[in-house]
Design a protein around this ligand. Sequence first.
Ligand SMILES: [Ca+2]
Ligand SMILES: [Ca+2]
Ligand SMILES: [Ca+2]
Length: 142
Amino acid sequence: MKKILAAVLIVFFCSSLSFADDAIFKKIDKNRDGKISKKEYMEGVNKTFKSYDKNSSKSVTREELKTTVNVDVENTMTEADSDKDGTITQEEFVKSAEKRFKFFDKNNDGYIDKKEWDAELKRGNPNNPKASPIAPFFSISF
Ligand SMILES: [Ca+2]
Ligand SMILES: [Ca+2]
Ligand SMILES: [Ca+2]
């Protein structure tokens, strides 16, 4: 009986996870053509930056990240704070987001399609940063 319950829970957990990923993809894909253009992506990135930047200082500190839900603080700092001064400026954030876009866009056509998106999310292993030089921008609420 316990085994069955555990199996049901695992199935439920997995399906709710992929549902959440789909929801984020659809949110970013504003014109609903099934792929995320660079423009759509960067709009999402800018919104995300604003949601992190609680006091609108045009930079995001570790403390601000800590008060943001669903953000991996250390991964975000490692990825985006390129001059390692402890804050992420808007410029740093945009630059690292552009890098990430390139990383997602495997066939280099300027769009992230659903296949590319899913492939990267599956590889997104926080214990293996080399597999996925990221984590933050899809755990967001734009
Ligand atoms: Ca689109
Ligand atoms: Ca910095
Ligand atoms: Ca592509």
